[in-house]
Write a protein that binds this ligand. Structure first.
Ligand code: MIC
Ligand code: SF4
Length: 758
């Protein structure tokens, strides 16, 4: 298999060739018209006749068309793939280098520093891709989701990616789902991808965006309505005239940030805007092929006419009356109109001064985003305004960077004093060596990113991050204040005149086409079998994996409680990013951060707990290491939406490596729950959420009747208090019969290894 810099038209035609028959099968089996998501799903079922199709209940096997991985998650995924004994990936796969570039000076310098500092990891990824037939996008090529949108995504396709914002490709009408590395390895090794048949949420968009309102405001509003867990287990399908009025990249922004409501993915139907984007990015043939099957790349007419009969939940948003929004701090679903932020910030004591504005990330770094933001920069310049706070720009891809440079937009930002960073994630994932401010100083930043968990951007707990559209970011950065409403307020310019900022319409696509910029793709050789993939035994960045032990057949008894997390415990809390990204290929070293950000429910302290072996208080990573060395098996307890956020399987592998047997929470985020299952840790939820309160610091937890673990049957857990009192509680799980085998084997990967050997 040769993996090219774009999806071959033959692959797409192959997917479209089965649409007629598969859509008919879906309509027949469900006895009704189909939504778009259902069409794409049915067309990718491993067995369309036999699969269960009960929403939120049946587990199904799907056959994705592609796999994409970014450098921070790909290392662990490839290390797992390498143990499977295959010669080549079975599904087209690409690796994208975007997460490991730290922002400090400017794009060029920072890239050179990253190339040097991460050489071992980049060499590993480049050689492992060449060895196993995968495409490699070098550092500087751009953020995975922008590159995928520009090169690989296609309407009606299905892909999985080892990053939670993979749904970005839903902007082109793809079912694109974020997964942990072990899921990717299943598909790369030729096995189907096993997932629960999703529920469906419909979002009907009417009207048209105008003024300061942008596509970002749609998802900020949806996040407000659904909250960080409201999309769990569901695909969000956008439809209606308002959906058709938006650009393809605007649609991608909305789908991208659907990750923040826990949705499996989000998607839009194929339309003229998507066709225009495909043509503009050199994919005329894909647009032609999509046009030929267009009736299957949207929901059946009955769905738009009567959405309530087809979706589990329907939300309606009128774009004409939607106001610009801004969400945060600390959680992406805390929304309000921009106009109301000032009053709320004063009430809450959030610093009103804006200390930095950041535009970019996979969510908002398209050509259209940049032209809208640059129009405000030009307007401000012309009106004698300067930016009151530092402005940092990260172009989403080399193609966007080269094009906005050619078209003078970078110069517009630079005229405002902006720092142009590398085409990478940068400050979005804590890769920000912030020079202008030290830790400990309460401050507010505004970003066009998607997440704003504490410490996420600069590593400072005292930074309040607000997420909004690029337009609003630049306006608030120019004003230097959170209590500025660009649509209604004025600013004083250098001459002392009151002026109002205006926002341009932006350009959907570059009139002169895209400039591809520097060549950043490395195709694999036709035969990579003689390529050596080096992992030094003394490396502190990479470590070969040792298989986890299989289940011993007994109950999980007498487990110590390592951590009982209170409130938000995202994957950033469980396995911090930023400085820790450098250990993503080294399980032992990265375990040095396990649960470091979790709030101890017994003490309210962050990252420290009680060590049962000697009664001392230590950091969670230290206690976990000591338990591992002493052979103490343990449990972790979580609150609502445990493991929210990222796809990083390190948040499951680290606990597993250090001896976790079970994680019991009030509820889980989808990817984290699957990652725990895949790595052989039992994820359970309290049947009665109030039982969370029962667990004390010195209690011992036993999961009984493990041998009888069966789908849809609750599990009994005995909580033994230090005085000997035992309380029996009931917990739920979501294992299918197949998934129970992962647990028994010790991990899903152990099963793959066993199958490849036999
Ligand atoms: C994120 O936005 O949190 C990340 C960093 O892109 C993660 C992936 C990772 O942790 O490597 C994600 O969203 O999945
Ligand atoms: Fe990168 Fe941020 Fe997007 Fe994650 S959310 S892929 S860190 S740009």
């Amino acid at each position: 298999m040769t993996v090219a810099a774009s999806t071959p038209i033959q692959l797409i035609q192959g997917v479209y060739a089965t649409l007629d028959e598969r859509v008919a099968t879906g309509r027949r089996r469900l006895g009704r018209a189909l939504t778009l998501a259902e069409k794409v799903l049915v067309n990718h079922l491993d067995d369309p006749e036999a699969s269960g199709l009960e929403r939120g209940v049946s587990y199904v096997d799907l056959r994705p068309d592609r796999v994409a991985m970014q450098d921070a998650t790909a290392q662990m995924a490839w290390l797992q793939f390498m143990t499977a004994g295959l010669d080549e990936v079975r599904v087209p796969t690409t690796t994208h280098c975007d997460h490991l570039i730290e922002a400090r000076d400017d794009g060029k310098l920072d890239l050179a520093t990253a190339l040097d500092g991460n050489r071992e990891v980049y060499d590993f990824l480049a050689s492992v891709c060449a060895r196993y037939g995968a495409g490699f996008w070098k550092p500087g090529s751009g953020i995975i989701h922008q590159v995928v949108l520009e090169q690989y995504a296609f309407p009606g396709g299905m892909m999985i990616g080892t990053d939670s914002h993979t749904p970005n490709a839903g902007g082109l009408g793809m079912v694109a789902v974020g997964v942990g590395g072990a899921d990717a390895v299943d598909v790369m090794t030729g096995f189907p991808w096993n997932v629960r048949w999703p529920k469906l949420i419909g979002v009907k968009l009417t009207g048209e965006l105008n003024g300061w309102t942008a596509p970002k405001d749609v998802i900020l509003k949806v996040a407000d309505i659904l909250t960080v867990k409201g999309g769990t287990g569901a695909i969000v399908e956008y439809f209606g005239s308002g959906a058709r009025s938006m650009s393809a990249t605007g649609k991608a922004t909305i789908c991208n940030m659907g990750a923040e409501i826990g949705a499996t993915t989000s998607m839009f139907a194929y339309d003229d805007a998507i066709g225009r984007y495909l043509k503009s990015t050199g994919r005329e043939a894909v647009a032609d092929a999509a046009n030929a099957v267009a009736q299957h790349l949207r929901a059946d007419d009955e769905v738009e006419a009567d959405p309530g009969s087809y979706f589990d939940e329907v939300i309606e948003i009128d774009l004409s009356t939607l106001s610009p929004h801004i969400n945060g701090p600390h959680t992406p679903d805390l929304a309000r109109p921009v106009a109301d932020l000032g009053a709320e910030a004063k009430r809450e004591g959030w610093p009103l001064e804006v200390s930095a504005g950041l535009i970019g990330s996979c969510t908002n770094s398209s050509y259209e985003d940049m032209t809208r933001a640059a129009s405000i920069a030009r307007d401000a310049e012309a009106k004698g305004l300067t930016a009151k706070a530092p402005l940092l720009i990260t172009p989403g891809s080399e193609q966007v960077r080269a094009t906005i440079e050619r078209d003078g937009l970078l110069a517009d930002f630079e005229a405002l004093g902006a720092q142009v960073l590398a085409n990478a994630c940068g400050p979005c994932i804590g890769q920000w060596d912030r020079q202008d401010l030290d830790d400990g100083i309460p401050n507010s930043i505004v970003t066009s990113y998607n997440r704003n968990f504490p410490k996420r951007n600069d590593g400072y707990a005292t930074t309040h991050a607000f997420v909004t559209s690029p337009e609003t970011v630049i306006a608030l950065t120019i004003a230097g204040r959170l209590d500025f409403d660009p649509a209604n307020d004025t600013l004083l310019n250098e001459a002392g005149d009151e002026v109002r900022l205006t926002v341009g319409d932006g350009e959907e696509l570059p009139a002169d086409g895209f400039d591809p910029g520097e060549e950043t793709f490395q195709a694999p050789p036709a035969d990579g079998s003689d390529i050596q993939v080096e992992v030094s035994p003394t490396s502190d960045r990479l470590q070969l994996l040792t298989p986890f032990a299989a289940w011993d057949g007994g109950d999980l008894t007498d487990l110590t409680v390592l951590v009982k997390a209170q409130g938000k415990c995202t994957t950033d809390h469980i396995s911090m990013a930023g400085p820790w990204l450098k250990y993503r290929g080294h399980l032992e070293n990265i375990s040095g951060n396990v649960y470091m950000g979790a709030v101890n429910a017994f003490t309210g302290e962050v990252g420290t707990g009680w060590d049962v072996t000697d009664g001392e208080t230590r950091t969670y990573p230290e206690i976990a290491r000591r338990y591992h060395e002493a052979g103490v098996a343990w449990a972790a307890i979580g609150d609502e939406n445990m493991g929210e956020g990222s796809s990083r399987e390190h948040a499951a592998m680290e606990p597993r490596f250090r001896g976790a047997k079970v994680v019991i929470a009030r509820s889980f985020a989808r990817i984290h729950e699957t990652n725990l299952k895949k790595q052989g840790v039992l994820p359970l939820t309290f049947a009665d959420p109030a039982d969370y309160d029962l667990i004390g610091p010195e209690d011992r937890i036993s999961v009984v009747g493990v041998a009888d673990l069966a789908p849809n049957v609750p599990v009994a857990v005995v909580v033994a208090a230090p005085d000997g009192t035992e309380t029996r509680i009931s917990c739920r799980h979501t294992y299918s019969a197949d998934q129970i085998e992962w647990f028994k084997a010790g991990s899903a990967l152990n099963l793959i290894r066993a199958r490849s050997v036999s």
